[in-house]
Design a protein around this ligand. Structure first.
Ligand SMILES: [Zn+2]
Length: 566
């Protein structure tokens, strides 16, 4: 029951209206001269059975006890709500006192229920037909709490306002957006809704898929204090137990995860993006060290995929290194096993799981390790018959091999690399020992962060990323303009990590997001990079030009990211 229903239940509309106009019984209703327009013959009626009122005269309008009080007292809905709540002794949920996070969770839960009810209603016919075509069972719809957002752009907002949430709160929770002309509207319209819960089950936000050809096809809740896509693995709260026992399998899309659980593969989660983030890996590590990533065949060999895999792999290693600090030299860090399962041509996990659960099981069980996978796809992509191609392959694979803590395993991979290249171990060893390769070798040791970011990027820093961070670090007032900036836009791991820390400072509100508060947070390996950024010369810009410059950098970083995504 909503607060409004509660209040209505305690009020008698006859009693409320008769405080304003003298009512006269007329059959099953009561009538009076309309309090809202001038008239001699009463055309204003109150219907106690329905607890409603209507003017059949000039106003030609009606409503419930709330709208009557709003009109009579010339009040906004919120004020009428407070007024009547006080009269009836109903306690309004005091969201101001509760912290905002809980408020966001509450708003999302209310929205989730609304979406679910709409999907189950007559208005959900088309959406249910779509789910049926995608072979999503009723049980899966319920388990993943799938829903439908209303098409008119206002129903959800109105519903939540009636529940006592303010427009400001709905805006902060990312449920309602304000358009340029000031119209507050639902962010999600006519979309299939995927509630996204964090590992602890808190409902932080939504993923939403268009059911027609509107763009974008997928729309997510914006980043809020309780929602950051990069921190969450979709379905993790449902997958924890199985992942502990069987290892975790990571797919990319919501539908893939839903299909997996439907067929009983309960250890599957969706990354909702291309590369795993440090926060996602931290969640995984608490459960298991066996990680399998499922890839579509059409993207499996692509540069962008390899780049995001490498990024994921490095994050996995970084976490291992972080854990191993403080242990003695003789203890080896526990290696995370990353395996790659490539789907058959033309199928995504969703298709395969529905069509052949056995084949899915086999692919997951027999997937090659990350390094074996690299050794398989790289010679196809980089021509292994030329010296340049060989050198490129070595530069990509070798750091990963050298990070393998187990000597026999490492030796095995080393031999595989030599075989793939068609060279002897001695030749391979000689290549590595050359002065040019030495730097690369050293930085790839476990327990060391990569000194120059991802292998695919240039070794000498990234001017665009550095300019972006420099602006951000020097000018706290750019925080709002940074809303669209994603960690994924930073190719270089140090830059990405510094940005992550900056976001953490902003969200944690452990003070101004100033350089000083950051210095205390970043790990030792990052301090020199941070110092370099802080000491960079800033072009003398006035605040407005600074804003413009920053927005421009964010757009360029984003478009660079999007181009590589394809
Ligand atoms: Zn009237």
């Amino acid at each position: 029951m909503t607060v409004v229903d509660d209040i209505k239940g305690r009020l008698d509309i006859l009693e409320v209206v008769s405080r304003y106009v003298p009512l006269q019984r007329s059959g099953r209703s009561h009538k009076a001269p309309c309090p809202f327009h001038q008239e001699k013959t009463p055309s204003f009626f109150v219907f106690p059975e329905r607890q409603s009122w209507r003017c059949f005269g000039a106003c030609a309008t009606g409503g419930d006890v709330f709208s009557f009080v709003m009109r009579s007292e010339n009040m906004e809905f919120g004020d009428a709500l407070k007024h009547l709540a006080q009269q009836t002794g109903v306690e309004l949920p005091n969201l101001e006192k509760r912290n905002q996070n809980q408020g966001n969770f509450d708003i999302n839960e209310s929205a989730r229920i609304y979406f679910q009810e709409l999907l189950a209603s007559a208005k959900g016919t088309e959406a249910r037909a779509y789910l049926d075509r995608r072979e999503v069972s009723a049980q899966a719809i319920e388990k993943f709490e799938l829903g439908l957002s209303p098409s008119d752009g206002e129903s959800l907002k109105n519903h939540l306002v009636k529940q006592g949430f303010s427009l400001q709160q709905l805006n902060q929770a990312g449920i309602v957006r304000t358009s340029q002309n000031g119209w507050n509207h639902d962010l999600f319209r006519s979309r299939l809704m995927f509630p996204i819960r964090n590992g602890q089950g808190g409902l932080g936000g939504f993923g939403a898929r268009a059911l027609d050809d509107s763009q974008p096809k997928y729309l997510n809740s914006p980043r809020t204090p309780v929602f950051d896509k990069g921190h969450i693995l979709y379905g993790l709260h449902l997958a924890k137990e199985s992942a502990r026992q069987e290892g975790i399998v990571i797919v990319e899309g919501y539908m893939d995860a839903v299909a997996a659980h439907q067929e009983g593969f309960n250890n599957v989660v969706a990354s909702m993006g291309t590369a795993l983030t440090e926060n996602q890996v931290a969640e995984i590590r608490r459960l298991t060290k066996d990680v399998t990533m499922a890839l579509d065949a059409d993207v499996a060999g692509q540069q962008a995929t390899l780049r995001s895999l490498e990024s994921s792999w490095r994050v996995l290693q970084t976490q291992v290194a972080g854990r191993s600090q403080g242990t003695t030299l003789f203890q080896r860090p526990e290696m995370l096993n990353l395996k790659i399962a490539v789907m058959p041509e033309g199928m995504d996990p969703d298709d395969l799981i529905h069509r052949s659960p056995d084949e899915w099981t086999q692919l997951i069980q027999e997937g090659p390790s990350y390094i074996e996978y690299l050794l398989k796809v790289l010679p196809v992509q980089l021509d292994a018959s030329t010296p340049q191609g060989k050198a490129q392959i070595v530069s990509v694979v070798l750091p990963s091999i050298q990070a393998v803590p187990e000597p026999f395993q490492q030796d095995h991979y080393f031999q595989m690399l030599a075989d793939q290249l068609g060279v002897t171990r001695e030749t391979l060893q000689a290549t590595i020992d050359r002065p040019g390769a030495a730097r690369q070798t050293r930085r790839a040791q476990p327990r060391t962060r990569p000194a120059s970011g991802l292998t695919f990027t240039g070794p000498d820093g990234d001017p665009l990323e550095e300019y972006c961070l420099t602006l951000l670090l020097h000018e706290p007032d750019l925080e709002e303009s940074a809303e669209g900036l994603q960690p994924e836009y930073f190719r270089q791991m140090e830059n990405r990590e510094i940005f992550n820390q900056w976001v953490r400072v902003c969200q944690g509100r452990q003070g101004e997001p100033s350089a000083a508060s950051l210095s205390g947070l970043v790990e030792e390996e990052l301090t020199s990079r941070l110092d370099a950024l802080l000491n960079k010369e800033m072009p003398p810009l006035d605040p407005l030009s600074r804003q413009a410059a920053f927005r421009d950098v964010v757009i360029r970083l984003e478009s660079r990211y999007l181009v590589e995504l394809k």
